[in-house]
Design a protein around this ligand. Sequence first.
Ligand code: ANZ
Ligand code: ZN
Length: 847
Amino acid sequence: MFPYPSGMLHMGHVRVYTICDSISRFRKMLGQEVIQPMGWDAFGLPAENAAIERGIHPAAWTEKNVQAMKQQMERILTDFDWSREVTTSDPNYYKWTQKIFLDLYKAGLVYRKNALVNWDPVDQTVLANEQVDAEGKSWRSGAIVEKKNLEQWFIKITEYADELVDDLKLLKNWPERVKQMQNNWIGRSRGSEFTFKIADHESDLTVFTSRPDTLYGAMYLVVAPEHPLISKKFLPSEHADQVLAFVDKHKNSQAHDEERSKEGVKTGLFAVHPLTQERIPIFVSPYVLADYGTGAVMGVPAHDERDWEFTQLNNVASNDEIKVVVRPEGDEQIQLPFTQTGVLTELNRSYSGLSSEEAMKQITTEAIEKGFGTAKTQYRLRDWLVSRQRYWGAPIPMIHCPKCKTVPVPEEQLPVVLPTDVTFSGRGGSPLQQLDNWVNVQCPCCHGPAKRDTDTMDTFVDSSWYFFRHADPSNTTKPFSHEIASKLMPVDMYIGGVEHAILHLLYSRFLSKFMLKQNHYEDKTGSGPGHGEPFNRLLTQGMVHGKTFKCPTTGKFLMPHEIEIQDDGSALLKSTGKPATIAFEKMSKSKYNGVDPEETIETHGADATRLHILYKAPPEDVLEWDDQSIVGMKRWLARVWRLVDGVRSTDHGHNQNWDFDVSKMNEKEREIYYITNNTIKETTNVFQNSYTLNTGIAFLIKLTTALTNVSPSLDSSNPISVGDASISPVYMHAVQSLVKMMSPVAPSVGEECWETLGCTHDNWTSVFEESWPKVDPRALVQEETTCVVQVNGKTRFTVTLPTSQLNNQQEIESSIRKHEKANKWINQATVKKMIVVKGGKLVNFIV
Ligand code: ANZ
Ligand code: ZN
């Protein structure tokens, strides 16, 4: 995922790009064609704020930040392909964002309607949600923010709701959790709509229910405060004032679904139950949402949590009046509210005894036949509000003409470029509105005077298709070529933070599907027809947490100069001498626990920083940043360097065409050859499948230790001479393999080691042009030896052990103890001594 160019890489960026870069370097060494592009999600509010506060133009501010971050990325040695760089605020990019917007419009997927926005009455401007503080005040003027109805542009993402849910099951390589979040966000709910006649009126009221089987249990109806039924002319006069006062208090509540008040009042209106013809009261309450379903519900207190609470709170019915229409299948005690499905009770007339599932179908069928209902699927997903009353975004390419109404900007006039002669005051709406010579244009249809739309697009539009542009970044005639995108899409591996698990991924999936239908490319994945899913594998990296120190009495976060770190890692308050409370939390300025990547790289080097990040935790887990253990990684690098230095060579090192015959190796060589090949097998699996890069590094460290513990000659019968030293070819191969395998994670030390091994002849090549080591399957065939086990000198049983284990007493013992007969003879006894004789062919336990 490309970043927002804030001007500074933070540790989260360093982590994600290190993971990505390591995998990409590995894949290149495997001989695959890899595209590892980078770009900038460059539109957005902070640039505009910088303009308001510091008088620097958003474009200049953005450019400066991009340059700074690019340099920082280079410093962590990311191997990005800068020829594919995209910047969403570049007219050569947003021209195509605008074109895609027009395509959506032409396909009937863009419309305009009134929507509520945050309005600052002092500065006369629209505010983003994050510019409204917890008390509902504007961040700039301090005024109480109002809600205002303004015409806004929407993209009809709901049209794709079914595909967006159904295709989640195609995403085999996505984390379950992310798919679940997408699923919940879309929130598909199948059920029925029932229409109730309003007593003594010529109108009716429709409700949506996911439980049509509970229709006989409906004891009242409830409407949202914003429901059209709530109007002076409709309400019975003796109730109108009270209802309207109640509604005024609760209208447009921003509370979350579950926190909404269950308080309610009677409207004085009654509905007629379509099956029983009973008169049931109609209430109004804020727990019913205006913009979900029909904005009205049937109240079934026995079987719905919220209805139950509502009934209790407002004394709607006593507990023995409540109609229980579904009971559990078995004979368990029923506890109200009973919200599961089950069997229908006697109150259901002809439906009594049916299962809930069957009753849902049959009751809905009756409703259809009698004309009071239908089957209906509801979605929680709302259409995508994409217009922003801001300057720094892609202008919406629309023109408003008094005669022709809304007219799209003709494609040959794209891009609609942001004007540069703008003043940023932060007041009086979007700066674009004030630019008469930009706003006033000729209508493309009737050529009369018309006005440009002054809204710009949500930056999520820019970032929902940039990966297509990376495939073909300089195309001047189209967003991207059909041929190239068909060849390269979908993205094989997408890595980014889980904070984008919902919106960014949902919008990207939507636009990819849309562009597929528009035949912008072909989806060649799988055997069946492609579904336009943009990301084959998704890896969501965890957060980086920093160490915080708190005062144990006040709970206040302490600054570094207020504490004294002890040798054991604990910390004392300088003022009182008492120990500080230590925890790991999300890095932030207010907690004084941020770690500056530049400083870390300056102190420890890029490789140690990368290794530390990768080794501390698997990519998807939280990483607790702790500078103290970074030295462990530096020590490892130094150990590898010593191994390499010990075999530095002027003519043999570079030879890689090893052709080993395991049967001709001595035991020492066979063991090193085994460990080397096993490491290749394991790290290849890590880089290719599991992505637990921490365990990959652990295998490399183990190999390093094994090589450190032997002498490079390995008693070889045909050693290579390097200076005065004799080195086994098996050992040389092991060191070379180690260096290759460490290079994706530690590119600079890896490259330096490779040069040292291969010497600085003219045939020197970068380690990244070498191919990834291959496993020699013959090395992994474990030779086995039969071992006779004696107890106090008497033979008791035999075990077969891998020959490679025979010089390790601990491994011999643990293998023997796993044998079924060991329980009887050894495991329950006190072993005084274990004697290994004949090179492991005989083991005698003295017990
Ligand atoms: C009667 C009923 C009986 C319900 C029962 C549930 C259980 P989901 O699954 O989230 O779609 N509902 C419908 N419209 C609503 C609105 N605008 N605001 C608040 N609640 C609303 O939930 C659907 C259920 O949520 C519907 O089914 C309705 O309550 C309620 F035993 O109808 B039910
Ligand atoms: Zn016109």
